[in-house]
Design a protein around this ligand. Structure first.
Ligand SMILES: Nc1nc2c(ncn2[C@@H]2O[C@H](COP(=O)(O)OP(=O)(O)OP(=O)(O)O)[C@@H](O)[C@H]2O)c(=O)[nH]1
Ligand SMILES: [Mg+2]
Ligand SMILES: [Zn+2]
Length: 544
């Protein structure tokens, strides 16, 4: 369980009386909004989590909420119009306030829906195991959230209530689990009558953020566009009238429906298509940095291949990204961002040299931002040795080298990369035997992207991910997202998956974040500052 009670301080109240509301940012149309950029706080500085409970009439939303806040069972049905409750809790080692909105399931009371959907930071979708219709409605509520919020990364939990009424069960556990998987959220079968799994359901919305000071060392710009960013860019390019057009896949993205792997990969195409103009690329870069910052990333290394589009030269492409990075680093956001121009192997050797030359040229104007060169792209049909001159030139200039290395079973290529000198290994899935011994001897960090590898099927499961072996060997590793938009994840989620799959303690996770700073390409001064933030945080979790 991620949090716990601090006394019975629940009280029913009128909406949002004592809460200072930092207004939710909207796009001006009032139609769709991102997560509040600053968390809500009370006047006394208490963190407030706004939770909205949704579901069909009579499924037990009020009963679940009342059990949670006052440990009592509501044994009659008094259809709710809208009630709000507050519950103090300790979340993540800190006192916090859960502000729970119990909504109406009866259609005649659902007029305020869009309004509260915009404010919620976490949602509980509730159905009753005794009522198949309420189960079907759960999907409708999911769509409603997606439609109003246009983002996939809102904390959500699916709750199947009335577990005690086994003899009247109409919806199986398996069906619930499958739906939760489709939603990409936790699932609990609860009983408000017996107080089973009530706390767990609520606290799953506020997971511990012991990975609060994170560093992301392997993220591709174009793969890191969230669904809401893609929707925003599509509107920017094609206007409002036909969002999604006749494109089924994009329509699914807009509605937060689950995508096949093939559909996920289409997001790369969308990203390229939607960022061919300067304004769009600016917006995309800004959103990516914001999304990482909102996910508690304090240090970010972003990779991108300079592209020549119908509206931008490669130089313009890179300077656009660099200018946004510069602007964001001057904002009040606590995030340092570096750029790693990429060499896309599939584009050939000439482009590789061009990109390195461009990076060298621009590093004069943006000296502290371009820090390394990334080698990526499909290795098939290309020979690594052809790229060595370009990479050597980059190295001579003082750039570090982050190479996608050992992504396929090609031992010779890994050897060649090691001979050239690799500062960090991207993935390293197939690094074994002698090569692994070499990486161990030279302490070369591995950038491990768990979900990316599992979804792309280069590793069979999280349990079988090579990070397990690397952790055992005490090899330097850092957890990364690769393409969080494409693989529908976040750095917090990756760290969480790593922690739960491999039973890592809080302190081990914090240590990983400390190590990531060491393996980063930040300056020594920046590393000192980043480490001191982590140390400060680590002290507070030890004291609690
Ligand atoms: N046996 C059993 N009954 C429950 C449970 N949860 C709720 N109920 C009963 O189901 C009925 C409806 O519960 P409510 O909590 O009022 O349902 P609701 O979802 O808030 O309904 P609306 O406010 O109309 O949307 C009440 O009679 C509750 O006592 C449970 O876990 N087990
Ligand atoms: Mg109710
Ligand atoms: Zn990658």
């Amino acid at each position: 369980m991620a949090g716990d009670f601090s006394g019975c301080t629940a009280r029913k109240k009128n909406r949002a009386q004592s809460i200072e509301y930092n207004p939710v940012k909207t796009d001006g149309s009032g139609e769709n909004s991102k997560q509040p950029t600053n968390p809500l706080t009370t006047r006394s500085g208490l963190r407030v989590y706004k939770i909205v409970i949704l579901g069909d009439g009579g499924v037990g939303k009020s009963a679940v909420t009342l059990q949670f806040v006052s440990h009592s069972f509501l044994d009659y049905h008094d259809p709710t119009i809208e009630d709000s409750y507050q519950q103090q809790a300790v979340i993540d080692g800190e006192a916090a306030l859960l502000d729970i909105l119990d909504t109406a399931g009866q259609v005649e009371f659902t007029a305020m829906r869009d309004q509260y959907m915009r404010c919620g930071e976490g949602f509980i979708i509730c159905y009753s195991v005794t009522d198949r219709h309420s189960f079907q409605e759960a999907s409708e509520y999911r769509k409603l959230i997606a439609r109003v919020r246009l983002t996939e990364d809102i904390p959500l939990v699916l709750v199947a209530n009335k577990l005690d009424l086994q003899s009247q069960r109409k919806v199986t556990t398996e069906e619930g689990k499958t739906l939760a998987k489709q939603f990409g959220c936790p699932f609990y079968e609860t009983s408000a009558a017996l107080r089973h799994y009530i706390d767990e359901a609520f606290f799953s919305l506020t997971p511990p953020k012991y990975h609060r000071y994170q560093s992301e060392l392997h993220a591709h710009l174009n793969g890191s566009l969230s669904n809401s960013t893609l929707a925003e860019l599509r509107e920017l390019k094609y206007g409002k009238e036909d969002p999604g057009g006749t494109d089924d896949c994009f329509y699914k993205i807009l509605n937060g429906e689950s995508l096949t792997l093939e559909e996920c990969f289409k997001k790369f195409q969308y990203a390229h298509d939607l960022t061919e103009r300067r304004e769009a690329l600016e917006r995309a870069t800004e959103r990516v940095i914001e999304d990482f910052a909102n996910d508690n990333v304090i240090y970010l290394e972003l990779r991108t291949t300079p592209k020549c589009t119908a509206h931008m030269s490669k130089r313009e492409y890179l300077t656009t990204v660099l200018d946004v990075i510069r602007k964001m680093s001057k904002s009040e956001r606590n995030i340092i961002v570096k750029l790693l121009p990429s060499i896309d192997r599939s584009k050939g050797v000439q482009e590789a040299m061009e990109n390195v030359n461009l990076a060298i040229e621009l590093s004069v104007t943006y000296p502290d931002t371009i820090v390394a060169i990334d080698l990526s792209g499909k290795p098939f049909g290309t020979a690594f040795s052809d790229f060595v001159p370009a990479l050597e030139k980059a190295r001579e200039h003082g750039f570090r080298l982050a190479l996608h290395c050992g992504e396929s079973e090609d031992e010779q290529e890994v050897k060649q990369m090691f001979a050239l000198g690799v500062d960090r290994i991207g993935h390293g899935t197939f690094i074994e035997g002698e090569n692994l011994a070499f990486a161990q001897k030279h302490n070369i960090p591995f950038e491990c992207c768990l979900t990316s590898n599992v979804k792309c099927k280069t590793v069979p499961s999280y349990e079988d991910h090579h990070i397990a072996k690397l952790l055992k060997l005490k090899q330097p590793v850092c957890v990364c997202t690769d393409d969080f938009g494409v693989f529908q994840t976040s750095l917090s989620q990756e760290v969480q998956i790593c922690a739960t799959t491999f039973n890592l303690a809080k302190e081990e996770i914090v240590q990983m974040q400390r190590n990531a700073v060491v393996y980063s390409f930040a300056s020594e001064q920046e590393k000192k500052e980043l480490s001191s933030q982590i140390d400060q945080f680590s002290k507070t979790i030890k004291e609690k």
